[in-house]
Ligand binder design. Structure first.
Ligand SMILES: NC(=O)C1=CN([C@@H]2O[C@H](COP(=O)(O)OP(=O)(O)OC[C@H]3O[C@@H](n4cnc5c(N)ncnc54)[C@H](OP(=O)(O)O)[C@@H]3O)[C@@H](O)[C@H]2O)C=CC1
Ligand SMILES: O=C1OC[C@@H](O)[C@H](O)[C@H]1O
Length: 396
């Protein structure tokens, strides 16, 4: 057996998710049955100080040889780095990712990819011109659970999928939890439910209704939406979206609806015990897949088969013969947070000289950003010009 390919990471920013991701990188890949890829962290940078970056590296138990930088500019100049993970707020993704790409570094950039589609387009063009790998860090798409569900749908076993309902809502007292400056609600940081949480509801609609169609036949959905703002900052706190995925050659002949929901004041899981039901329902003519939340880190799903003798048009007088179990339950444990699967994907793409991942293509990141742009346009949600601009460099 050949030795694993080692990926040397640089971490840009030292906040909450940077810690979680980096700790996942440090987990032995064999615990998730991975033997072809290994990860190491060779550097981290904090925009506030090198001391903060040093403490971050220690807290995450990174190798003692890892370099600690007090600026992102110093990080991107480090010749030992294979790829940079950008973990700043949404507002900063465009500027920070452009900095990395222009310094010749491949990038895994946190979601939401950028503030708008125009920025995403520029990053994709820059990566293509430089022949550099670039991916939006939609980690959930790389879970074995997500892959299994997509495979099940493409096999046709669920029949024609007509509707997907996906919700990621938090149920917080917004004022006391986030105030006005926290990145969740701060418009200067492109905060709000849509870009932060709604993107996962959209992810479930897209990965089941868009990514399951052969690539040449994928068509962007039409978008209808409603959004309410959090008065103190103008960021959105309640956003509901209905997507209609057109059908045609290479795809099922009927349009399918994706309903993507997000709300900061009411919760998907109201009692924290799943009593309210699944976060995601994928409804096909032969059955339904129900995925328990949270939508960003699901560990459990079930397939409910529409059996002969039960329900709908297949109902028979006196009940019919049933074939197989009516409900199949799947439990998918995660040996860590689960961010390592997207990191493994980056490693394989770098090893194979790819500039994008089939699991999260540039085109799909762009279509999702365009979808969120439409939702914002339909409801008058605009962020400050300095974070909507495609100008580079801009000091934020
Ligand atoms: N995939 C997932 O599950 C999750 C993804 N996220 C995404 O990750 C990104 C960061 O979120 P999170 O880690 O929670 O945020 P934090 O606020 O915890 O960290 C953000 C970091 O970005 C850096 N930064 C640079 N400029 C600014 C600025 N003006 N204001 C605030 N921070 C700044 C800081 O690091 P430094 O001082 O070191 O430069 C800061 O610690 C967001 O895009 C978010 O959507 C968040 C949570 C979960
Ligand atoms: O990406 C995310 O997933 C988990 C949430 O807690 C977080 O706010 C969000 O940014």
């Amino acid at each position: 057996m050949s030795s694993p390919h080692t990926v040397r990471w640089g971490i840009l920013a030292t906040g909450g998710i940077a810690q979680t991701f980096t700790k996942d990188l440090m987990i032995d890949p064999s615990t998730r049955n991975v033997s072809d890829i290994k990860h190491t962290v060779v550097a981290a940078a904090s925009s506030s100080s090198a001391d903060r970056a040093r403490k971050f590296l220690e807290d995450c138990k990174c190798p003692s040889s890892a370099a600690a930088y007090g600026s992102y500019e110093d990080l991107v100049a480090d010749k030992n780095i294979d790829i940079i993970y950008v973990a700043t707020p949404h507002s900063h993704h465009y500027q920070n990712t452009m900095l990395c790409l222009q310094a010749g570094k491949p990038v895994l950039c946190e979601k939401a990819f950028t503030v708008n589609a125009a920025q995403a387009q520029k990053l994709i063009e820059t990566a293509a011109a430089q022949k550099l790998f670039l991916m939006e860090a939609v980690w959930t798409r790389f879970f074995p659970l997500s892959r299994a569900i997509r495979t099940y749908i493409t096999s046709g076993a669920l029949g024609a999928v007509h509707r997907v309902i996906a919700d990621l809502s938090f149920g917080e007292d917004v004022e006391s939890t986030w105030g006005t400056s926290h990145r969740m609600v701060n418009a200067d940081l492109a905060g709000g439910a849509l870009l932060d949480l709604g993107i996962y509801s959209l992810t479930w609609c897209f990965q089941t209704l868009y990514a399951t169609v052969p690539r040449p036949h994928r068509q962007p959905p039409t978008v209808a939406s409603s959004l309410s703002k959090y008065a103190p900052t103008g960021a959105d706190e309640n956003t509901s979206i209905i997507l209609t995925f057109p059908r045609g050659p290479g795809a099922p002949p009927h349009p399918a609806h994706g309903i993507a929901l997000t709300n900061l004041r009411v919760a998907t899981d109201v009692d924290g015990r799943g009593t309210a039901g699944p976060a995601i329902r994928i409804q096909g003519t032969r059955g339904e897949i129900q995925v328990d939340g949270p939508a960003y880190r699901p560990t459990r799903y079930r397939i409910i088969h529409k059996s002969v003798g039960r329900g709908g048009a297949d109902r028979q007088e006196g009940g019919g013969e049933e074939s197989g179990p009516e409900v199949e339950e799947f439990e998918c444990g995660i040996p860590g947070q689960g961010m390592f699967w997207e990191a493994d994907e980056c490693g394989r793409c770098l090893r194979d000289g790819l500039v994008e991942s089939e699991g999260m293509t540039h085109e799909e990141s762009l279509v999702v950003m365009e979808t969120m742009d439409q939702v914002r346009r339909q409801n008058g949600l605009v962020y400050p010009e300095k974070i909507e601009t495609t100008k580079y460099p801009v000091r934020l």
